[in-house]
Design a protein around this ligand. Structure first.
Ligand SMILES: [Zn+2]
Length: 490
């Protein structure tokens, strides 16, 4: 099972880690680690606005943790300063009479319980003797300003470090010994983690220095080498696909679950992925995990830089799955016959599913029922991507393909404002440069919006493939291996 959780658009931390030592930040955090499952937070706040200031703590939509506020305790403000916290709205109001800095103290505690399950281990703070895992959203307060354009600075420093080395995604070269400075949003959806035996390895790939942050339990040397080899090859292939000349550093953070038996799960963090796996095998990189991690790296572009709305997961998930195959093939990490098998497995799951014809706008309201509902956008989208790739190749006599359309979508998106979500009509208008405008509109309405499964036939595809039907399920065959390989060869 792959997990996709919705996060606000993530901005990158251009300012973080630079020397801002001459500026007094508006929010200065000092953190102290206590072994009994607690981080003490001292916040010195330089009033940004006159009168009261509003902050929020936590975000229940982040992994569906509706009781996340339970871990926020021990709030007190310095004498003479009034502070109010509303458990229900998670709003903290600070009443300041003047503009002198005020001090607020609070604790973040580890409140994980069995019923929080897998998502508890991914989205709640884990504060243990030998392990810390905490997202900024669960540690810092988020200022809600009357003037959203107001520039706010934040610094974070550790007064009492944990007894192991830290990795701070917002400032990866700083293990907590000096302040990190940036804007409050630079810290929110970033991970702070550390553990006995945790390894941080820098991997040069596609011209950038990237970070692998690993907590290895078994076969450390083998897994470390395998993961850095995998990452280097895959990241170079995917940056090549997107024609990235100087990609941002990527963070691949992988750790074992503590008490959950689940193959792999995690979340995209903009230019990073924080994943957890159960370590019941000696090798971390099983083919299924390679696919999931590669899919997550793919979200940096599809669903990330080319963002789409909750009703367009056929694109963010399905097209991302399709190009995960494509990139694995071009990186030599998947063989044509493995692709054929994987794609046929998707066809079997989709065409035998009871919900295969669910209209597109009914998917999201049913999404958290999980099972087939949750998988529908991946399957429908990747099957449609395969169909459309074939159409573009046929119409252009092999001159163009879906990869070209993806590059033009990226270019289109780069011209729009931050946070812009690609719509189905944007997709149609970009695609109409490759296939007739009327036909793409009709096909999107039929195969995506209404959810009619594609009635594949050999004549609809390029001559690299043939299709037969068995028990109402299409079966794909690669009939010209050389031609197929030319599709994704660099
Ligand atoms: Zn995904």
């Amino acid at each position: 099972m792959k997990l996709k959780y919705f996060l606000p658009a993530l901005l990158l931390i251009a300012g973080c880690g630079r020397d801002h030592s001459r500026i007094t930040p508006d929010l200065s955090y000092e953190l102290s680690y206590f072994r009994e499952g607690r981080i003490h937070v001292k916040l010195v706040y330089k009033p940004i606005e006159k009168g009261s200031t509003l902050f929020t703590y936590g975000e229940p939509r982040f992994g569906g943790q509706s009781d996340i506020v339970k871990g926020f305790t021990g709030l007190k403000a310095q004498e003479g300063v009034r502070v109010n916290f509303d458990d229900f709205s998670r709003e903290l109001t600070l009443f300041c009479r003047d503009t002198l800095p005020v001090t607020v103290d609070y604790d973040i505690v580890d409140t994980r319980m069995k019923e929080h399950g897998l998502r508890g281990e991914l989205f709640r703070p884990i504060i243990m003797n030998d392990y810390l895992y905490c997202h900024g959203i669960n540690l810092f307060l988020n200022p809600v300003l009357r003037d959203p354009k107001q520039k706010v600075t934040q610094s974070v420093v550790w007064k009492k470090l944990p007894p192991f080395r830290l990795f701070q995604q917002f400032d990866p070269e700083n293990h907590g010994s000096r302040p990190s400075v940036g804007k409050p949003e630079d810290f929110m959806y970033k991970l702070i983690t550390g553990a006995d035996g945790m390894i941080t390895e820098k991997v040069k790939a596609a011209g950038s220095e990237n970070y692998l942050v690993l907590r290895l339990v078994r076969n450390s040397d083998f897994n470390r080498k395998a993961l850095s080899g995998y990452f280097k090859s895959y990241y170079e292939a995917i940056c090549g696909f997107w024609k990235e000349e100087s990609p941002q550093p990527y963070f691949l953070i992988l750790q074992p679950f503590l008490s959950i038996d689940h193959n792999i799960g995690g979340m995209g963090l903009g230019n990073g992925f924080a994943g957890k796996y159960s370590y019941n095998t000696d090798t971390i990189l099983s083919p299924e995990r390679i696919f999931t991690i590669s899919h997550e790296i793919g979200h940096h572009w599809i669903g990330g830089l080319i963002e789409s709305g909750v009703n367009d997961q056929w694109f963010a998930e399905g097209f991302n799955d399709y190009f995960t195959w494509y990139t694995l093939l071009s990186a030599g990490m998947m063989t044509p016959s493995q692709f054929e098998r994987s794609f046929n497995n998707v066809l079997v799951s989709h065409y035998s599913s009871k919900v295969k014809e669910l209209p597109n706008d009914s998917i999201w309201p049913n999404y958290w029922k999980m099972g087939d509902y949750n998988k529908l956008p991946y399957r429908r989208g990747s099957i449609f991507a395969f169909y459309l790739d074939n159409q573009i190749r046929r119409v252009s006599n092999g001159e163009k393909n879906l990869h070209d359309l993806m590059l033009s979508l990226k270019e289109f998106r780069q011209k729009m404002d931050p946070g812009y979500q690609l719509s189905i009509s944007d997709f149609a208008s970009q695609a109409s440069a490759f296939v007739p405008a009327d036909s793409i509109k009709t096909e999107l309405a039929r195969y995506i919006t209404s959810g009619v499964p594609v009635r594949f036939s050999t004549g609809m595809l390029t001559d690299a493939f043939s299709v037969s039907w068995k028990d109402s399920i299409p079966v794909l065959q690669i009939r010209d291996n050389e031609k197929f390989e030319s599709f994704f060869r660099k």
